[in-house]
Design a protein around this ligand. Structure first.
Ligand SMILES: [Zn+2]
Length: 130
């Protein structure tokens, strides 16, 4: 879809810190990370909502594959999935959580800021954690 930022990322027309890609799906770091390793898993084809995706179970299997890589790379206390629709292209947030689940809020309250070099290093660590 024209002017959709995630379609542009999927086509390689906009840059991203890519961590995973296959023929139908792609994962890259959220540029406003809630934690170190916060990743978005998208479909390459444009869908408005996660529940619109044709191969819904395959999409979630892919998200789990990416989650395992993030988990292996950073050994968080636990892992979280979130979906909502602020960006109008299906995406699943995969968020490593470093605080105990018992005392954790629904989401980390602040976005973190990493340098370009740190983001590249984080993405590489996830890519390498197969
Ligand atoms: Zn799109």
């Amino acid at each position: 879809m024209k002017d959709c930022i995630f379609c542009k990322i999927a086509k390689g027309e906009s840059p991203s810190y890519k961590v995973y890609e296959d023929k139908d799906y792609m994962a890259f770091l959220d540029i406003f990370p809630k934690s170190k390793g916060h990743t978005l898993v998208i479909t390459k084809k444009h869908y408005r909502w996660v529940h619109d995706v044709e191969n819904f179970s395959e999409y979630w299997e892919t998200a789990r594959k990416v989650l395992r890589q993030v988990e292996k790379a950073f050994k968080p206390q636990w892992m979280q999935y979130i979906t909502h629709g602020l960006i109008p292209h299906a995406h699943i947030h995969v968020i490593p959580r470093y605080e105990p689940v018992e005392s954790a809020g629904f989401l980390p309250t602040e976005s973190l800021s990493f340098s370009k070099e740190e983001m590249e290093e984080i993405a590489k660590k996830i890519r390498d954690a197969i």
